[in-house]
Design a binder for this molecule. Structure first.
Ligand code: GTP
Ligand code: MG
Length: 213
């Protein structure tokens, strides 16, 4: 496993000095206009995206966490250190939402992921305890195809026993067909395991200037 790419290893982690909630956008046209680099947090519903954001930002009630899947249904923007945005994305794969909402979700997400010029990378969460779902596999394949930089983050690591950790991560890497240099940062929002590693990856990703088409 490559914990972090060479670029991220060389970079210092972001230090969180300030965080502000900016807006909750219903689609690409409602996203903030400021030309700041942006990192979005993606994953299936209930995987722990909002919890990870709170842990990462060191602000325990910034993003809304819930036991009920499907809590985050809009694109929630946080301005960090006045110089980049972190975005809490609505989760995929929650079967109980009505078809109309699912349709709305895919339109909103596709518009954002394909149209957002400021987007520098994704923090892609998968539950460390389970095999990736079909939606997870499709999402990761899409990121690989689009060559959008991402860090794979197995979540809820605190729920695994010591001996289960390595096999769980190897299974994820194998099933998701990830390249050997894929950045991977196992995380627990309960213990903050992975926080420094992920802040380091983010520092590298926001420093990357995107290539012109
Ligand atoms: P949606 O907004 O519905 O897409 O969910 P989400 O991905 O934002 O998940 P959320 O952060 O709301 O967490 C879902 C549930 O998992 C909550 O009950 C959290 O307390 C729990 N949870 C999240 N991260 C962790 C973790 O690292 N460890 C443990 N033990 N529980 C976690
Ligand atoms: Mg959420």
């Amino acid at each position: 496993m490559c914990a972090l790419s060479a670029a991220a290893r060389g970079a210092k982690g972001v230090k969180i000095a300030s965080v502000e909630f900016v807006t909750s956008a219903g689609g690409l046209q409602e996203c903030p206009n400021r030309p700041l680099p942006e990192i979005a947090v993606s994953g299936r519903s209930n995987v722990g995206k909002s919890s990870l954001l709170n842990s990462l930002l060191g602000r325990h009630a910034m993003a809304r966490v819930s036991r009920t899947p499907g809590k985050t249904q809009r694109l929630n923007f946080f301005l960090v250190n006045q110089n980049f945005h972190l975005v809490d994305l609505p989760g995929y794969g929650y079967a109980k939402v009505p078809a109309a909402v699912r349709g709305n979700w895919s339109g909103m997400m596709q518009g954002y992921l394909q149209g957002r010029e400021q987007l520098r990378g994704l923090v892609q969460l998968v539950d460390a305890r389970h095999e990736p779902s079909r939606d997870d596999r499709e999402m990761v394949q899409w990121l690989l195809d689009e060559q959008l930089a991402f860090c794979l983050v197995p979540t809820k690591m605190d729920k695994l026993r010591q001996g289960e950790r390595k096999p769980a991560i190897s299974t994820l890497l194998r099933i998701l067909h990830l390249p050997s240099d894929q950045p991977v940062v196992p995380y627990s929002s309960v213990t903050d395991e992975g926080r420094e590693g992920l802040l380091q990856w983010i520092a590298g990703a926001i420093a990357n200037v995107p290539e012109e088409d």
